[in-house]
Design a protein around this ligand. Sequence first.
Ligand code: BTN
Length: 248
Amino acid sequence: MNNSKTIPQIIRLEEASSTNHYLRDLLARGPLPEGSVVVTENQTAGRGQIGNVWESEPGKNLTFSLVLYPDCIPANRQFLISQIAALSVKETLEAYTGDVTVKWPNDIYWKDKKICGMLIENDLSGHNMYCSVIGIGINVNQKVFRSNAPNPVSLWQIVGEETDKEAILNRFLHIFYNYYLWLLQEKQDEIRNLYRKSLYRGDGFFSFADEHGIFEASVYDIELTGHLILRLHNGDLRRYAFKEVSYV
Ligand code: BTN
């Protein structure tokens, strides 16, 4: 990525089906500079993780995607991208409120509520370049949510006033590019440590559920692959991939 202080290309759309989808379509047609961003006021078919819909009231929130070409990062280390994106959103939101954490793997929480979700899609672009499309939805000025499903909260509900979405995007991009430079400089231990410290329910024992039922455990480690290692009261360790375990 361009590591000078120049501003990356930002494509602004009134409406898109999904910014991830739009960006991936563009990439299939021709290369874009690394760090290019697509941001829209309204997604008509916003996508969440595991095939969920991402709902966002038109004009109220930040919905955007950006592209990286992280050739130098081995496939089994791609979780680092997720980590720097999560850390960047966390730090961005901390300019406005406290109590922001990263819920493994990359949801951003305020207290016990979800304020931001991410959908990261890794692809070969039409030009045989390995690319990572990072889609981020931050609930900024939405006042009411139709569904309680991901236990959503917006910045407006926290701070009681509207926040400039553009300022949030600019702050995020600035922080993110700095973390991306860390990644390119192989500062992965620093990233891992920060991520570990930023975790939702990162210290102490909490209830989790896996396919066998509910149990208590504490977070022991997050592997570079992104696997979550939980430690039971008796010291046994359990290793989970995304969606194999949930917080209760
Ligand atoms: C989740 O938590 O389920 C992931 C939500 C990801 C939403 C963002 S909004 C911008 C980008 N475009 C999409 O269609 N999804 C992501």
